[in-house]
Write a protein that binds this ligand. Sequence first.
Ligand code: ZN
Length: 693
Amino acid sequence: MPRHDMTKQNPLLIDGGESPSFHRIAPEHAVPAIEARLSEGRALVSEVSNTSHPSWSSVVTPLEAADDRLGQSWAPIRHLHAVADTPAWRRAYNHCLTLLEAYRTERGQNDALYRLYEALSTHPEAPGYSPAQRKTIEDALREFRLAGVDLCGPDKARFKALSADLAELGSRFGENVLDATQGWRKHLTRPETLAGLPDTVMALARARAEREGREGWLLTLDFPVYSGVMNHALDRSLREEVYEAYVTRASDQSPNAGKWDNAPLIEAILTKRHELARLCGFASYAEYSLARKMADSPEQVRSFLADLARRSKPVAERERADLEEYAREDLGLDSLQAWDVAFAAEQLRQARFSLSQEALRPYFPLPKVLDGLFTVTSRLFGVSITGTAAETWAPEVQCFEIRDRDGERLGSFYLDAFARDGKRGGAWMDECVGRRRTERGIQHPIAFLSCNFAPPVGGGPSLLTHEEVLTLFHEFGHGLHHLLTRVDIAAVSGINGVPWDAVELPSQFLENWCWEEEGLALVSAHVQTGEALPADLIRRLRKARSFMAGMQMVRQIEFALLDLRAHAETAPGTRRSILALHAEVRAEVAVIEPPCYNRFANAFTHIFSGGYACGYYSYKWAEVLAADAFARFEEEGLFDEKCGQAFRQSILERGGSEDAMALFREFRGRAPDIRALLRHRGIDRTAPGQPRG
Ligand code: ZN
């Protein structure tokens, strides 16, 4: 079919902020739609680049509109690939990804465009720009610079070569980890060796064996199997064997010593990242990475982590002593080894709280949880949420509309709650349409919320665990950040333009209502009796929240410090091997001494093949922001209206339109304080700000 016909009928080329027409969209529409948008984008970029009188309306406005059209074509493709995957969608998606990546690189290194944005920042109109306009230009200039746009000829070529090398090294690093993970297995035929493993893990191991036409069970290093063994296997030597295989993946240590060794790649990646950062004028890759983040400097992150460690380590040490004693007396383990820690902790958790997530399910039927979630949202932020009819991609998907107190429409969202064949695992929020002002008025935001809860069976509702209730609140928090935005420029509205280390603030923040009695009363109703979660269960749930929190905290800090220091201390001559560095970091913060064959860094994909390079601290950073923001509600009232409005106005409505720290300060009246997080985790019980009555 000729291209123009395809374009005319292509449902992915309809824009204007409408909900996509899911029934009409097929994989064969994807590539032609993206190609059409990209050629439109390229034509526009070259037209705009020739502007002799750059202004907001001659440069930013047309580019923003084109990017938005591209975004509206791409969002349904990305989404359908994630929730209704087929081989055809996967091919179409990957093809589009390659096209988009090339376009992004081209745009980032477009010198003419960069000069136009520079001109705009000093334009006579500039003093009159709104904060959102200023931030849009600042962000764009920063991205150009981080893409090496203003380097001289040879440096620019070197930058490109380094970027290409790093992309390749990163993907080889990930492939080695994957191959090493899949390159180990253990075949077992005697069920007593597997004693203690949960049914789900047994079923996975059984299915693996069956697939290979073997009797018994096949253990692998896939995370569900690995963590199942470490947490539950009664056989200590089995735990030890699986532990050793897991922590030596992609290394020079046995059982697959040297086969997929990532050590040389780590050295190459750190060296090249350092060179790339230096080219762009930064002292280290840590500084380069932080240029996009809320944290100001490596020193600031370092002292943040050191402070957390200083307060958490004594607690972690007490927990370890407690665990050692329990392991000795009750489990007959004379010395607590690295492969005993998770197992002993799980046994102790059961002994102490006898609280199983499964037993909580009857209290959390999904319709009740949703009702409670919407009530919490409405009481906090004064908005109302109602179901609407809209075309979706699967019959069980629901659509909702969100309106302000005065009835003004704010946005809408899809909720795809249940696990299904062809749907990616986990839970996430994604943008379908972003808010912006167009010539026709306001384009309202639309969000996708996806979870993987067990579908309803036997006519009853789907029943959630408490962890799943937290997941729903978490994703909904991201959703509110996208939907309640008041920003009129797409590049900085909703979660766009929000730095990596601040984006988890609204999501983690909203989870807090599921730990409070008043919040739990709104989201729970026993499926048979209608009874809310009883006080005794609430008490146990809250106590279990801080179980081993100190040990978990220092473990996360260890990884974050390793990541930070590996990228900050990279000057030639002073750099230590990653192994030596890790040993130093452990000596500072860890409370468990792993065996000397442990090669954790060799499989640290977050930082060597994912997007977390010098960003692992973000997990803790955002937790501090979320806990401290919630602490204001503890001080002023869990459902205090003024407080809810303040959070809405300072955080949710402003998106990425202003500096994240400035927005936090506006809401809290001061800089973030780590004590709320420590108190919530039971690490520092003496901190002020205890909840009122
Ligand atoms: Zn999140």
